[in-house]
Design a protein around this ligand. Structure first.
Ligand SMILES: [Zn+2]
Length: 101
Protein backbone atom coordinates (compact mmCIF):
# COMPACT_ATOMS: atom_id res chain seq x y z
CA UNK A 1 0.00 0.00 0.00
CA UNK A 2 1.18 3.51 -0.82
CA UNK A 3 1.75 5.69 2.19
CA UNK A 4 1.98 9.48 2.09
CA UNK A 5 5.47 10.74 2.89
CA UNK A 6 4.10 13.77 4.69
CA UNK A 7 1.40 12.51 7.02
CA UNK A 8 2.09 8.78 7.03
CA UNK A 9 -1.48 7.88 6.14
CA UNK A 10 -2.37 5.54 3.31
CA UNK A 11 -2.67 7.52 0.08
CA UNK A 12 -6.45 7.05 -0.16
CA UNK A 13 -6.99 8.56 3.30
CA UNK A 14 -4.42 11.32 2.97
CA UNK A 15 -5.67 14.84 2.30
CA UNK A 16 -2.25 16.49 1.87
CA UNK A 17 -2.65 16.82 -1.87
CA UNK A 18 -6.22 18.17 -1.55
CA UNK A 19 -4.95 20.84 0.82
CA UNK A 20 -2.03 21.59 -1.47
CA UNK A 21 -4.38 21.92 -4.44
CA UNK A 22 -6.20 24.72 -2.67
CA UNK A 23 -2.94 26.63 -2.26
CA UNK A 24 -1.68 26.64 -5.84
CA UNK A 25 -1.59 29.80 -7.91
CA UNK A 26 -2.06 28.58 -11.44
CA UNK A 27 -1.59 30.50 -14.65
CA UNK A 28 -2.90 29.08 -17.91
CA UNK A 29 -1.75 30.71 -21.11
CA UNK A 30 -2.21 30.13 -24.77
CA UNK A 31 1.09 30.44 -26.59
CA UNK A 32 1.57 30.58 -30.30
CA UNK A 33 4.63 28.71 -31.40
CA UNK A 34 6.40 28.54 -34.67
CA UNK A 35 4.40 27.45 -37.71
CA UNK A 36 1.20 28.82 -36.09
CA UNK A 37 1.02 25.94 -33.66
CA UNK A 38 -0.76 26.66 -30.44
CA UNK A 39 0.22 25.22 -27.10
CA UNK A 40 -1.47 25.64 -23.76
CA UNK A 41 0.91 26.24 -20.88
CA UNK A 42 -0.13 25.57 -17.30
CA UNK A 43 2.27 27.06 -14.77
CA UNK A 44 2.49 27.59 -11.06
CA UNK A 45 2.04 24.03 -9.84
CA UNK A 46 4.33 22.98 -7.04
CA UNK A 47 5.55 19.58 -8.14
CA UNK A 48 6.64 18.74 -4.60
CA UNK A 49 3.01 18.91 -3.52
CA UNK A 50 1.08 18.12 -6.65
CA UNK A 51 1.20 15.06 -8.84
CA UNK A 52 1.96 17.08 -11.98
CA UNK A 53 2.61 13.98 -14.10
CA UNK A 54 -0.72 12.51 -13.05
CA UNK A 55 -2.48 15.75 -13.94
CA UNK A 56 -0.80 15.85 -17.33
CA UNK A 57 -2.06 12.35 -17.99
CA UNK A 58 -5.58 13.43 -17.04
CA UNK A 59 -5.42 16.45 -19.35
CA UNK A 60 -4.23 14.32 -22.22
CA UNK A 61 -7.08 11.87 -21.69
CA UNK A 62 -9.81 14.48 -21.27
CA UNK A 63 -8.63 16.78 -24.04
CA UNK A 64 -7.38 14.06 -26.36
CA UNK A 65 -4.18 15.93 -27.06
CA UNK A 66 -0.45 15.50 -26.66
CA UNK A 67 1.32 16.97 -23.70
CA UNK A 68 4.41 16.98 -21.53
CA UNK A 69 5.27 17.92 -17.98
CA UNK A 70 8.54 19.36 -16.83
CA UNK A 71 9.59 21.27 -13.74
CA UNK A 72 6.02 21.76 -12.63
CA UNK A 73 4.95 23.15 -15.97
CA UNK A 74 2.48 21.40 -18.22
CA UNK A 75 2.48 21.96 -21.94
CA UNK A 76 -0.47 20.74 -23.97
CA UNK A 77 -0.76 20.70 -27.73
CA UNK A 78 -3.53 22.96 -28.99
CA UNK A 79 -5.80 25.62 -27.50
CA UNK A 80 -7.31 24.25 -24.33
CA UNK A 81 -7.12 27.08 -21.80
CA UNK A 82 -10.84 27.20 -21.03
CA UNK A 83 -11.31 23.45 -20.80
CA UNK A 84 -8.09 23.01 -18.84
CA UNK A 85 -9.43 25.42 -16.26
CA UNK A 86 -12.70 23.49 -16.01
CA UNK A 87 -10.78 20.28 -15.45
CA UNK A 88 -8.64 21.85 -12.74
CA UNK A 89 -11.72 23.17 -10.94
CA UNK A 90 -13.28 19.70 -11.05
CA UNK A 91 -10.05 18.33 -9.61
CA UNK A 92 -10.36 20.56 -6.57
CA UNK A 93 -8.29 23.58 -7.56
CA UNK A 94 -10.19 26.74 -6.54
CA UNK A 95 -11.47 28.73 -9.51
CA UNK A 96 -10.23 32.05 -8.08
CA UNK A 97 -6.66 30.77 -7.94
CA UNK A 98 -6.56 29.94 -11.64
CA UNK A 99 -5.72 32.76 -13.98
CA UNK A 100 -6.33 32.35 -17.69
CA UNK A 101 -4.24 34.71 -19.79
ZN1 LIG B 1 -0.57 12.94 3.40
Amino acid sequence: MDVCQKCGLPKDLCVCESIAREQQKIVISDVKRKYKKHVTIIEGLDEKQIDVKGLTKLFKQKLACGGTAKEGMIELQGQHAKKAKEILVKEGFPEESIEVK
